[in-house]
Design a protein around this ligand. Structure first.
Ligand SMILES: [Zn+2]
Length: 298
């Protein structure tokens, strides 16, 4: 039997891009903490025949274009995680437009390939998000964590569990923009990865992946390069940021990749869902997640 699809996305940012670092009273003089993990990540993915999507903070591509080219030269997808990793809702309209447009231009110039996907830092977006994305030339968004409301974090806003047209989330969204929500644990409705993987362990994440696959949903996971390295101590950065980073997280990621899933890019899942929808969802025996227009399948 074919392995069900899953998406492993890498929010490609440095430790110093974290809001928790920017808001801390301390500083580190180590630059680009996390980026050195690229080569071992690419080897790990190759060992497991996995394709991943790298949502890249594009100012990194300006400073280290060779790293981004190395990723793009494999089977992986390069997508955008803004230019500077600022919370979009804290920016004015001109700044938001600039974050989205500059990022796509920089990443396309660096890789020579089209960039169609986007994820907002901290899943934080403004009310004009989808029209901004369309104007900047993106085709899909991956900035929705359809989890329960977590005070001080995010969540509680959307109730979609699989790829869908963005109009499902915002009636004013332009046609042609799709949403790919990140995976959350059924019923519990907490994300399967990020802090939740580091707190609850890989068994929790793997159980969630299985439960979603059983529902015909491709689980969408996300990890950060800085989670995979030993972080420098910085006064004021909360302990939760450090918890189970480094070797623990590298082992957890390996265990997830060993599971019987086919790890494909985010764009692949969005395109498969769109094609499925265009055919009226009639492919016999296909368990791939479809674009859910809200009329069924839940
Ligand atoms: Zn981020």
């Amino acid at each position: 039997m074919a392995r069900p699809p899953a998406v492993l996305s890498i929010d490609f940012e440095c430790f110093t891009h974290l809001p928790a670092y920017r808001n801390a009273r301390g500083k580190t003089d180590q630059r680009d903490v996390g980026l050195d993990v690229v080569d071992s990540l690419l080897t790990l993915f190759e060992d497991h025949d996995a394709a991943a999507t790298f949502f890249v903070v594009s100012e990194i591509a300006e400073r280290h274009p060779e790293r981004i080219v190395r990723i793009a030269d494999t089977s992986h997808e390069i997508a955008s995680h803004t230019h500077r990793h600022r919370h979009l809702s804290a920016l004015d309209e001109r700044e938001r437009r600039d974050e989205l447009a500059t990022s796509r231009i920089v990443l396309e110039d660096t890789t020579g390939e089209r960039v169609t996907g986007f994820r907002a830092p901290s899943f934080d977006t403004a009310s004009d998000h989808f029209s901004m994305l369309a104007a900047a030339g993106y085709e899909y968004d991956a900035s929705v964590a359809p989890c329960q409301s977590i005070p001080g974090w995010y969540g509680g806003e959307h109730n979609v569990d699989r790829p869908c047209p963005a109009t499902r989330l915002d009636p004013d969204a332009p046609a042609g923009i799709a949403e790919l929500p990140v995976g959350v644990m059924p019923r519990l409705r907490l994300p399967l990865t990020g802090t939740w993987l580091r707190f609850f362990g890989p068994r929790y994440t793997i159980l969630g992946m299985r439960l979603l696959a059983r529902r015909g949903i491709a689980p969408v996971l996300y990890v950060h390069p800085w989670e995979l390295v030993d972080l420098p101590p910085v006064a004021g950065v909360p302990k939760r940021v450090y918890w189970h980073t480094g070797a623990w997280m590298r082992r957890a990621l390996r265990r997830i990749l060993e599971q019987p899933f086919e790890f494909v890019t985010a764009r692949t899942v969005v395109e498969d869902a769109t094609a499925f929808d265009a055919k009226g969802g009639s492919r016999a025996g296909d368990t791939t997640a479809s674009i859910d227009d809200g009329t069924g399948g839940r």
